[in-house]
Ligand binder design. Structure first.
Ligand code: TYD
Length: 207
């Protein structure tokens, strides 16, 4: 199903700065003349953006872990069909802020161990991984402070607090080891430009 495009994802805990890095990378690659689609999850297509509101706003206990997993997967399926696959087929670079690794972490780890279910559903309904995943690793407290500072309405997950942040950080590092063929870990505890320079170098090697 994949064309000649390149599928890049950014992952990291809340407040890790990955969204800014994704934007900076998109600008850089466009300057080099590449066609880039910058997108995000949950969301990235009209239907998936509607689901985004359902999963990110409101009470932390709004959904059971299983229902939440289904909603994230439904959003991802729509995003894949409508945005990601057409862009890759057209030879574009797709940069996605979070993808299935976030589900492996947030739905797979945060409320009991649902990783098996996450993987089964992924195999059934999504069935593809990024070509390259950039993990912006970040001190959990710094990340939480930054995320809280944004004061938006999308804080269902930020509400879970520092314990979740720490668990997610360790989980992401373990995931990077598990999928070491496609993951690169970048130290996010530095100024944005230094982080961006590492990102650019790694992506350049892949291109
Ligand atoms: P995001 O918009 O990337 O927020 P931030 O910029 O603060 O990192 O992600 C919003 C939240 O959605 C984040 O707390 C993680 C959560 N999430 C999941 O729980 N599962 C998923 O599959 C995805 C993609 C995100």
């Amino acid at each position: 199903m994949t064309g000649s495009g390149l599928f890049l994802t950014f992952e990291g805990i809340d407040g890790s700065g990955k969204s800014s890095q994704a934007r900076m990378l998109a600008d850089h690659l466009r300057d080099l003349g590449r066609e880039v689609v910058l997108t995000r999850e949950p969301g990235g297509s009209p239907g998936a953006e509607e689901i985004r509101r359902l999963v990110l706003e409101g009470d932390p206990d709004r959904w059971s872990a299983e229902t939440e997993l289904l909603l994230f997967t439904a959003a991802r399926r729509d995003h894949l069909e409508r945005t990601i696959e057409p862009a890759l087929a057209a030879g574009k670079v797709v940069i996605c802020d979070r993808f299935a690794d976030s589900t492996r972490m947030y739905q797979g780890l945060s409320r009991g161990n649902l990783r098996g279910l996450v993987d089964q559903l992924h195999a059934l309904m999504i069935g593809r991984e990024p070509d390259l995943t950039l993990l912006i690793d970040m001190d959990p407290q710094t990340g939480l402070t930054r995320a809280k500072g944004r004061q938006g309405t999308e804080e269902r997950f930020e509400d879970f607090g520092i314990d979740l942040q720490e668990k997610m950080r360790a989980g992401f590092l373990a995931l990077a080891a598990e999928f070491s063929d496609r993951f690169r870990v970048i130290d996010g505890n530095r100024d944005m430009d230094s982080v961006a320079q590492d990102v650019t170098e790694i992506v350049q090697q892949t291109l």
